[in-house]
Design a protein around this ligand. Structure first.
Ligand code: BGC
Length: 437
């Protein structure tokens, strides 16, 4: 192959294609601020800036609430007891996996399945009283109140039929009725980022951002009500948490690999930032890079082509094992040539470094939107497997903050907040229960 690139030349090409420099970050922050402003005013924007009808918790909310947490490959049902003083305990939790078939079913089959899981949970934990419930539904939803909202579009590979454009609380409520469940009342509809923010805030009042860096990505923050000029209705507080839906941000550079991934995805043209950052897509980007490497005769192992032939078969979790040189869980890669392992490791590093730098810059944009001079402390509650498990991911995010803000970056604390999407739904249900909207 005359035009084939040598390994280091290829890696340089990849580094260039995926570079996200300080200058890119600064430009991104500016664009982010513009789009946030447009979104809040109801003008055309790639940031939806969705009102959540929720304010930050005080930490003194009490009671026992149920929660459904739906938004990724697993759904969970939980019972949470809130003790006040920032303390809570999970008194029951059950995880149910959502396979490819169920997430592309019809609306009725899908919601009936969810209710079956809830019934299963109630039986197992002998919960037979009447409960108020929070429903975490981690997709872009336009809410008209804290307990109702219309799905704008599915993301993360979900494609349940006849749900887009409908009120998901109404659909869940109908399924509860169909199945004869009378003991549950859905009083709050919550995005996972809002739940994560609420959970951390319950114990740390300095928390003013909730972020998910997992299968999908998104963030929320408390906004001054007077800035949310697109909302004309009544709201009883001077602040409201906004679900940014930042996965849709479209002012980022895309390379050939991003474009290919987008073209072949279920939602071409949408969720551009999510496709560059989140766990659902990183493995697939890496696979596309490997396939290009193959065209350049880069690899020594003959079977590489077969190993990387199926779309989405290579995941962010696989990348994280590669980053750790842990081939025990990657038997199909174990026996490839050492040089090939090295190249794939470099590819993984380059792609996830870009992801962490973009994620960090997006957080920087939201924090500086709230506090331009970074004078107050900001705790950022973050959940999701990338942040929690990917080796070096958090450190790359932190070093990006230092690059951007120097000393002042000390005021930004990136903290892991486990299970916020489920517990947060219970906390928000408690807020609603004690002060009906
Ligand atoms: C959804 C968001 C969600 C995020 C993280 C995105 O695909 O649009 O609503 O918060 O994933 O789960």
């Amino acid at each position: 192959m005359d035009n084939a690139m040598k390994p280091m030349e290829f890696i340089k090409h990849i580094e260039h294609a995926f570079s996200f420099t300080k200058a890119h970050a600064i430009k991104m922050i500016k664009d982010f601020h513009k789009e946030m402003g447009f979104g809040l005013k109801g003008k055309k924007s790639s940031l939806k800036m969705l009102p959540s009808f929720v304010k930050k918790p005080k930490g003194n909310e009490r009671g026992t609430f149920l929660a459904i947490d739906l938004g990724g490959t697993n759904m969970r049902v939980l019972a949470v007891r809130l003790h006040g003083e920032g303390k809570f305990e999970t008194i029951g939790v059950k995880r149910f996996s959502l396979n490819k078939e169920i997430i592309s079913e019809t609306e009725k089959v899908f919601f009936d399945f969810i209710v079956d899981c809830v019934i299963n949970f109630l039986k197992e934990y002998h919960l037979d009283s009447i409960y108020e419930m929070g429903f975490t539904f981690s997709f872009p939803v336009v809410q008209t109140s804290v307990s109702s909202g219309t799905l704008v579009t599915w993301t993360k590979g979900f494609s349940v039929k006849d749900v887009e454009g409908k009120d998901v609380v109404f659909l869940l409520d109908n399924a509860l009725k169909r199945k004869g469940v009378k003991s549950l009342k859905i009083i709050a509809l919550v995005n996972d980022t809002v739940g994560t923010l609420a959970t951390k805030c319950y114990e740390d009042p300095a928390c003013d951002m909730g972020v998910i860096l997992g299968t999908g990505t998104n963030a929320s923050y408390p906004e001054k009500t007077e800035h949310i000029t697109k909302y004309k209705g009544r709201w009883n507080s001077d602040e409201m948490i906004i679900n940014i839906e930042w996965g849709g941000f479209d002012k980022i550079n895309r390379n050939l690999y991003d474009e290919t991934l987008d073209r072949n995805s279920e939602n071409p043209g949408m969720q551009r930032m999510e496709k560059a950052i989140s766990g659902m897509y990183l493995g697939e980007i890496a696979r596309l890079v490997v396939l290009n490497g193959l065209k350049n005769n880069l690899f020594h192992t003959k079977t590489i082509e077969d190993i990387f032939s199926s779309p989405y078969a290579f995941t962010a979790e696989h990348l994280s094992y590669i980053a750790l040189d842990d081939y025990n869980k990657l038997s199909w890669l174990k026996d490839i040539h050492d040089l090939d392992k090295k190249i794939i490791k470099m590819i993984a590093h380059i792609i996830t470094t870009r992801s962490a730098r973009i994620a960090s810059s997006a957080i920087a944009a939201v924090i500086t939107w709230m506090d331009n001079t970074l004078t107050s402390p900001h705790t950022v509650a973050i959940d999701g497997s990338l942040f929690e498990k990917y080796p070096g991911y958090k450190e790359t995010m932190e070093s990006t903050m230092v690059e951007l803000f120097g000393e002042a970056s000390k005021n930004i604390r990136l903290t892991l907040t486990h299970d916020g999407s489920g517990i947060g739904a219970a906390i928000i249900a408690a807020i609603v229960s004690s002060s009906p909207q």
